[in-house]
Design a protein around this ligand. Structure first.
Ligand code: IMP
Ligand code: MG
Length: 246
């Protein structure tokens, strides 16, 4: 090909690419999630380093009335869960692991965590709940008992969030009576400021401030568990500080 022809061909390809990305951008659904009117959006876009990254931190339009912000976006959770799994797997290498998970808040976290494991493991659940109308962890009731035999075995206890520590204290007491070889605790979140009982987790996904959070398994009145990110519930929706609700 002659040089001018090459340039013409390159120019034509570049033009086609530009056209393609222009038409793609206009139909991008994430644009609907932007909280700002278009005029302001242009200014904001120029000020940010990457125009795509901030979208992760935006509350999807569907949830904007109920959640004030995204605290931990999905990719961050995924990366941290992968790290935790690697650490747990090396700590339990060569052992026959029993994972005991607390219902219902651990559903998403547990499912993502265990798919990274290649060590042999068994899985069981303990159901814990408090009476709906009451508020303190003292009213704890066990809605499902452990079925697997953990005697002499390595146990990983998984929970969604370590708050006051009352739940994990009760569950650990119960579990230790079954004489496992050792018990390690893994939680997705912990609120250190709210600790009442002397309980510590061996593996913590994220330490968070004293805020009521929902999503990625965590609920408020059994809602929001399906959200793929962790978000902060608006105070008028029941969120805020120092809640004592399971
Ligand atoms: P603790 O007994 O006070 O440690 O409470 C632990 C339980 O309280 C968790 O398993 C959750 O079910 C619930 N919980 C505590 N803080 C939150 C929150 O911010 N969002 C949703 N549930 C929470
Ligand atoms: Mg709960």
């Amino acid at each position: 090909m002659e040089k001018p022809d090459q340039f013409r061909e390159l120019f034509r390809m570049q033009k086609a690419l530009n056209e393609r990305s222009r038409t793609r951008n206009t139909s991008e659904p994430s644009r609907d999630f932007h909280p700002m009117p278009p005029a302001k959006r242009t200014i904001r876009k120029r000020a940010t380093r990457s125009p795509r990254r901030p979208l992760l931190w935006l509350v999807p339009a569907r949830w904007r009335n109920e959640l004030s912000r995204v605290l931990i976006p999905q990719p961050r959770i995924a990366a941290r869960v992968r790290q935790l799994a690697r650490q747990i797997e090396s700590d339990f290498a060569g052992r026959d692991l029993v994972i005991v998970s607390l219902l219902n808040g651990t559903v998403l976290f547990l499912a993502d965590l265990i798919r990274h494991f290649s060590l042999p493991l068994r899985l069981d659940f303990i159901g814990v709940s408090s009476y709906a109308a009451r508020t303190t962890s003292d009213e704890l009731v066990f809605t499902k008992e452990l079925r697997l035999d953990v005697r002499g075995r390595d146990v990983l206890l998984v929970d969604d969030i370590l708050d006051t520590g009352r739940t994990l204290k009760r569950v650990l007491e119960k579990l230790r009576r079954l004489r496992p070889r050792r018990v390690k605790v893994c939680v997705l979140l912990e609120k250190r400021a709210r600790r009442v009982e002397k309980v510590r987790a061996d593996y913590v996904g994220f330490a968070i401030p004293d805020l009521f959070v929902v999503g990625y398994g965590l609920d408020f009145a059994e809602r929001y568990r399906n959200l793929p990110f962790v978000g902060v519930l608006r105070p008028q929706r029941g969120g805020g500080r120092n809640r004592d609700v399971r």
